[in-house]
Design a protein around this ligand. Structure first.
Ligand SMILES: [Fe+2]
Length: 383
């Protein structure tokens, strides 16, 4: 049975300069959560603080969220929130920062929760928004955490990436200002853009896909095929940046409702075992899984339809060509800092991890473990 659709939180705003929307928020105190220093260096944090002051709010800042954020960082952030008592939490940065801030929000609202498993299935995220609302300001065009119900947080001891999805965690406000993405370095533009394309393509073949997710995901995929190479070649062009940020957000609206597939299952599993940025993993793995899914007649029809709309003959080939333009390697072997022997010794671990990933549930084909191992081998070695 179809699940009810949820498109973003209370407010979704986009376009150049829309950061100023912060000045309209109502509250007493905002806590801005940041990753590295790029947002400060570009002057975006000062601007955000200025707008929040215009809104009459006091502003405090929690910084230092690392890529692939750890639960310990999230817990430190939640302690900070408990001390500062903000009524707005504002995650400003890439997917890691927005996910970490989203998770800080959950622990801040409910200090009785101690571990991620306390609000993972079969448990639920308890009602939020008794203390604060959550606002996202993305600095990349990829994860779409600003319009998603999901977080991915790393376990401190094992490094395993734990994904949790619950509509209660949908950010209340998403501010998608292309200016904020304009200083993104080229390789991040490429990797996060391919994450967004993977969201669109996996949403299209999700077993939960419906007409509205199809409309959103098709639009996003077409836009990304056109504008990602342009934004990669000239990141200073705000028009390209705006198309990419809006496409990423649109793909997010689709996938957060219908979920994803095996590309994310493998990328998340490998990302927990090795150092592999999420978007880079998606980009490398995507053409292999598209080819694999050709065996499913419905998935093949979906891919062929999208290929026709994009104006290419073969979707998998078009993705490989796009990766080449973006300087993305062809195999996982080229991206991982490990030996072939070590990787091949862990094939069953990779296959089982990917099979157990939540994204596998909606894949058009759910293969048995031996086939998953073959796929794990193929993405490492290439054709
Ligand atoms: Fe993703």
């Amino acid at each position: 049975m179809m699940r009810p659709v949820r498109l973003a939180g209370e407010q979704l705003i986009w376009g150049e300069g829309c950061l100023s929307h912060l000045a309209t928020l109502e509250g007493k105190k905002a806590a801005i959560v940041l990753g590295g220093h790029s947002m400060q260096k570009a002057g975006f944090v000062d601007k955000a603080v200025e707008y929040l002051h215009q809104a009459g709010m006091e502003v405090v800042i929690f910084e230092g969220v690392e890529p692939d954020p750890h639960l310990s960082t999230v817990k430190r952030g939640a302690e900070f929130m408990l001390k500062e008592q903000p009524d707005w939490i504002i995650g400003m940065g890439g997917g890691s920062t927005m996910d970490a801030a989203k998770c800080m929000w959950v622990f801040y609202e409910h200090p009785e929760l101690k571990k991620l498993s306390d609000f993972m299935r079969p448990n639920k995220v308890p009602p939020l928004r008794k203390k604060a609302k959550y606002c996202c300001i993305p600095s990349t065009s990829g994860t779409a955490s600003e319009v998603s119900r999901s977080i991915v947080i790393s376990d401190d001891e094992t490094g395993a990436k734990i994904g949790i999805g619950d509509m209660e965690m949908m950010p209340d406000v998403a501010i998608c200002d292309p200016l904020i993405t304009s200083t993104m370095p080229r390789h991040i533009t490429a990797q996060t853009g391919m994450d967004a394309l993977t969201h669109a393509i996996e949403a299209l073949t999700s077993t939960r896909a419906h007409f509205l997710s199809d409309v959103l995901a098709t639009y996003a995929a077409k836009e990304i095929f056109e504008y990602l190479p342009k934004a990669y070649a000239d990141g200073s062009d705000l028009n390209y940046r705006e198309h990419m940020l809006n496409a990423s957000m649109t793909a997010g609206l689709a996938f957060t409702n219908v979920s994803l597939g095996l590309v994310h299952s493998f990328a998340q599993t490998l990302g927990g075992m090795y150092v592999l940025p999420h978007g880079l993993g998606d980009a490398i793995i995507l053409p292999y899984i598209v080819k694999f899914n050709y065996a499913d007649p419905h998935a093949k029809a979906v891919y062929d339809k999208l290929a026709a709309e994009v104006g290419v003959d073969d979707l998998a080939k078009a993705i490989t060509e796009l990766n080449e333009k973006l300087g993305i390697p062809k195999t996982v072997a080229e991206a991982l800092d490990t030996t072939e022997e070590e990787y091949m010794g862990r094939l069953s671990e990779i296959a089982i991890g990917a099979l157990n990933d939540g994204c596998t549930k909606t894949a058009p084909i759910i293969p048995p473990q031996d086939v998953m191992e073959q796929l794990a081998k193929q993405i490492y070695l290439g054709e």
